[in-house]
Design a protein around this ligand. Structure first.
Ligand code: GLN
Length: 201
């Protein structure tokens, strides 16, 4: 079974671990640099990105994790995790750092006060099968992206344009929503498969 880390500095670590078990992976909570060794991939959960940023520095996990991602460790970021995987942030505090990896610009809290939390069905064909019920909680969105980025899912705006809410770049995956809360493991399964394909290549 592939060992998939869950960054356990803050956020809903347990729910991600349960999803990983459901799709045949072995989860490992990661708080210390040595816990990065031997991972097939890592999940960066939702929570509060400024807190994850600060704690990663306090726990001295930031530099080794950034190095591991640069060296090709597959990573999946949900919500605050998407923020952490972005190379650039729009409208963030100037001292807020990310781990980076995805050639995207992400805006935090992109859905405004009226819709701090909402659910939407992803009907664009990703993930495969039935429309995926996506839960958004003070969610970010991808506002700009480079040519390496594959847009996997969008949700419509009131004006008819689209919010980009799921992207992939090689073995890096990010979603603006929380697939770990809805009892549907398809997105975790997609990530585990992505991670295993990298391991096999
Ligand atoms: N709004 C949070 C942030 O900026 C993310 C919210 C979440 O992860 N549910 O980090």
């Amino acid at each position: 079974r592939p060992v998939i880390g869950v960054l356990a500095l803050q956020g809903d670590v347990r729910e991600h671990a349960a999803m990983l078990v459901a799709c045949g992976a072995e989860p490992r909570a990661v708080r210390r640099p040595e816990e990065l060794t031997g991972l097939a991939g890592i999940v960066i959960p939702g929570g509060e990105s400024t807190t994850i940023d600060k704690l990663s520095r306090i726990f001295e996990l930031r530099d080794p994790l950034v190095a591991a991602i640069r060296a090709g460790l597959p990573a999946y970021g949900s919500c605050a995790g998407m923020i952490m995987l972005a190379n650039r942030l729009a409208d963030a505090p100037p001292d807020q750092q990310t781990f980076g990896g995805l050639n995207v610009t992400v805006r935090r809290n992109a859905f405004g006060r009226q819709t701090e939390s909402f659910e939407a069905d992803l009907t664009g064909g990703w993930p495969a099968g039935e429309p995926f019920r996506a839960v958004f909680i003070r969610a970010p969105e991808v506002v700009a992206y480079g040519p390496e980025i594959e847009v996997l899912a969008t949700v419509p705006r009131a004006d008819g344009s689209e919010h980009v809410v799921a992207v992939r770049q090689g073995s890096l995956l990010a979603t603006a929503f929380h697939p770990e809360v809805a009892g549907d493991a398809r997105i975790h399964a997609y990530f585990v498969e992505l991670a295993c394909n990298v391991a096999a290549a």
